[in-house]
Design a protein around this ligand. Structure first.
Ligand SMILES: *Cc1c(COP(=O)(O)O)cnc(C)c1O
Length: 451
């Protein structure tokens, strides 16, 4: 029977008993139902996003927002003249975010949608480097040896950027029990070739906050004493959507004099699906004009400062949807629920008396810990056993000089309910019991040891 026959089951299609085309475009077409089913079913073999405690990225949005996204999948963000409303909504999002970051004058601030924080970081790095170069050139000084100062626990994108744009990275090491940088460590590495300093609001390893206000104050001091005016960039990939709601007492944003640029991922605690981030400038004039490019190829004059040209516009709508749907109250309630569930998880884990907590959810919706006793099995053995239950939880050694510490981190997202916390705590206990029994058994060498 032919596979396209009305009466045959999709599962009778020959692709279900032979291999799917993997290296060559197939000669013949396939009906859409079968194509869908083949790919849909294959995806069932991968991790469940709901149980992914490793990632910060959003997995669920309102159905109304899903509809908005589906309706606008064909909208190209760069076509600002054609998709004028989409483009206006982008500009509103930028203003709302600059306002959330307390930009002193919303008419002077600027920002742009990006694929994620990674693109935003690249743009900020480029702008700081070019601004530094132009200033040095004007002063008749060498401009071939730029550096950037940050902790060595920064997100990979900072290492990429430093390599791609040829900027020396001056990395501040961590040490056990201290997983954020200090203002003194920053200032001791700054010199006339420093294009900017980076502080992280929600570090990738432990989800803690670098002391942005202290770093700012030290840079202001330096400026007053030596005339060296070094800008501060805040990597708020996750923190920009946490701190204003959960930690309003902390100053980390454009209220601080040296903070000139901020990046944030809409797809993390902005609660939008993957594919959106934002780069923000307190003052548009901080972007060197030489970086703004123009084209008339779409039939109108398009000015841009971005790495990519075409991209989907739907996630911009999704971001704006959340802004008007949730408002400050909605964001605050969701972030607060996440943090309470993180605290609950941390407290349940601490009652097992097997872990030292690094982040107990006090500030951010995350729980990070290390095993007290790794003489028999280690953090990575534990997460392997948890993976048998479907939990996706990362174990990793901390960067130098804290590399002796193996941490386990669980980010709590909005889909992680109190019940799921109870299930996870009980699964951690069962996994520990299992490992205890394997490693106390004389036969443990045939067990599941992964060292
Ligand atoms: C996630 C993250 C990034 C990278 O952001 P993407 O949105 O994934 O591109 C950069 N810095 C920090 C601190 C992050 O948490």
């Amino acid at each position: 029977m032919s596979s396209s026959s009305q009466s045959s089951s999709i599962y009778a299609n020959s692709y279900f008993e032979t291999e799917l085309p993997k290296t060559k475009l197939p000669e013949q077409s396939l009906d859409p139902k079968t194509a869908y089913r083949l790919i849909h079913d294959e995806l069932a073999t991968q991790g469940n996003p709901m149980l992914n405690m490793a990632s910060f990225v959003t997995t669920v949005m309102d159905e109304e927002c899903d509809r908005l996204i589906t309706e606008n999948l064909g909208v190209n963000y760069i076509d600002t003249e054609v998709y004028r409303a989409n483009s206006n909504i982008q500009a509103r999002c930028v203003d709302i975010l600059n306002d959330l970051c307390n930009a002193p004058d919303i008419n002077k601030s600027w920002g742009t949608e990006c694929v994620g924080s990674s693109e935003a970081v690249m743009l900020a790095m480029l702008a700081h480097k070019r601004a530094w170069q132009e200033k040095r050139k004007a002063e008749g000084k060498p401009f071939d040896n730029p550096n950037i100062v940050m902790g060595n626990d920064v997100h990979l994108v900072w290492n990429k950027g430093a390599i791609y744009f040829e900027i020396e990275q001056r990395l501040i090491p961590l040490c056990p029990n201290k997983y954020t940088i200090t203002a003194e460590e920053v200032v001791s590495r700054v010199d006339e070739n420093t294009i900017c300093v980076v502080g992280v609001l929600g570090t990738s390893y432990t989800f803690q906050y670098d002391p942005i206000e202290e770093i700012n104050n030290a840079l202001v001091d330096l400026k007053n004493k030596s005339g060296l005016d070094v800008p501060l960039h805040v990597d708020g990939a996750s923190g920009v959507f946490i701190a204003p709601f959960l930690n309003p007492e902390i100053q980390w944003d454009f209220r601080l004099e040296q903070v000139k640029t901020i990046n944030v991922s809409g797809h993390k605690y902005g609660l939008v699906y993957p594919g959106i981030g934002w780069a923000l400038w307190r003052d548009e004039r901080d972007i060197p004009k030489s970086l703004i490019t123009e084209t008339n190829v779409l039939g109108f004059l398009e000015k841009s400062f971005s790495l990519n040209f075409s991209r989907g516009g739907a996630m911009i709508l999704a971001q704006y949807y959340n802004f008007i749907r949730l408002g400050r109250d909605g964001y605050k309630q969701i972030q607060n629920t996440m943090r309470e569930n993180a605290r609950y998880l941390a407290s349940g884990i601490s009652q097992l008396e097997r872990f030292d907590l690094i982040n107990d959810g006090t500030y951010t919706p995350s729980c990070c810990m290390c095993l007290r006793d790794e003489s028999k099995f280690n953090a990575s053995d534990l997460v392997h056993v948890l993976a048998e239950k479907g939990w996706i939880i990362p174990a990793f050694s901390m960067p130098a000089n804290a590399q002796s510490v193996n941490a386990i981190r669980m980010n709590v997202k909005e889909t992680f309910s109190r019940d799921m916390a109870d299930i996870l705590i009980s699964d951690i206990k069962m996994s520990l019991d299992k490992l205890d029994s394997i490693y106390s058994s004389p036969y443990h060498k045939v067990g599941t040891h992964h060292h």
